[in-house]
Design a protein around this ligand. Sequence first.
Ligand code: KG4
Ligand code: ZN
Length: 356
Amino acid sequence: MSKITILAIETSADETSAAVLQANKQTKLLELKSNVIHSQIHLHQKPGGIVPEVAARAHLPKILPTITLALKNAKLKLKDLNAIAVTAGPGLITSLRIGVDTAKALAFALNIPIIPINHMEGHLLSALIKNLRFLDHDREKLFPAVGLTVSGGHTQIVFIRDFGKYKILGKTLDDAAGEAFDKIAKLLSLPYPGGPAISKLAFHGNPQALNFPRPMLGKKGYNFSFAGLKTAVLYHLRDHPIYSNDFGARADIAASAEQAIVDVLVAKTVRAAKEYKAKTVLLGGGVSANQKLRETLGKEVQKKLPGSKYFIPDLGLSTDNAGMIALAAYFHMQKHNVSRYNQINANPLWSLKSWQ
Ligand code: KG4
Ligand code: ZN
């Protein structure tokens, strides 16, 4: 077999996505041939967050057309596939089931293996999609690495010894970074999802205007806590009611809150990367679309870890997408870490396991 072709499916939350990745042993090229993302954001704006039942129902009519389009964009057919990859968790069970059941049906019908992928492993490796273009990439130059994965449900600093060999160094003790953005946005009456709305408003504000708390910044270890920051914003708005209608004041709140989140994320990631002698720092997850975070972490890596590489995903690969799931699946396939259609299930609480 000179080519390995993987179709990946991602439906863990409110994006229906399918992607095709191809590894060509002759040209040595590892290529993401297509990555189709159908977003349901418009459905969740009115309630101000994802309603699981609504999300699952919306995945249903979109899942097959999304797969068909991913194959069409890749100029490939079902018969060309060697494996089906699917996000099996963590996520909303009702949403995950749509992707997992579709993947199982396809794997059964095509009689090919299925590769269940942890959503957070996808985010963790997403920055490598554009940076690992060739099959014979030098793992010695890449690892050990440290990854910061920041999404709506998770905030993790992960030590990466190799593909599949992970150790979670720290995680959030309460709200995830994306959740903090979303909740602070709600306090400012900004639309869902809050992250992009906060950054847009923050652009017009002064990040030094308000000294919001930097939770856990001075604490040892790599855990995070963002609930206190949200409460600080809540109290600030309560104590300054006039602010709610003042564009400049609202922009200052957004910019100061964004700065507080970025400061904590960057300081802890750089400290972990130093302690674990990371040759590469990887950023991933929905919050990695944040321009201030992308730039600040890049500058600090350059300053404090000279010689280390810094990889960030393209914007379309920051938020949920099947391309990152396909890449993670490729490395599992290399290790023959595959299953049969009847051996996998959706697991909404699946956490990234440390290596043995
Ligand atoms: O990874 P993701 O698409 O879904 C989950 O796995 O949760 O992340 C979604 C999160 C949301 O909380 C959203 O507000 C946040 O990513 N986000 C951002 C930005 N774009 C998306 N946060 C800050 N700045 C952004 N530009
Ligand atoms: Zn995600």
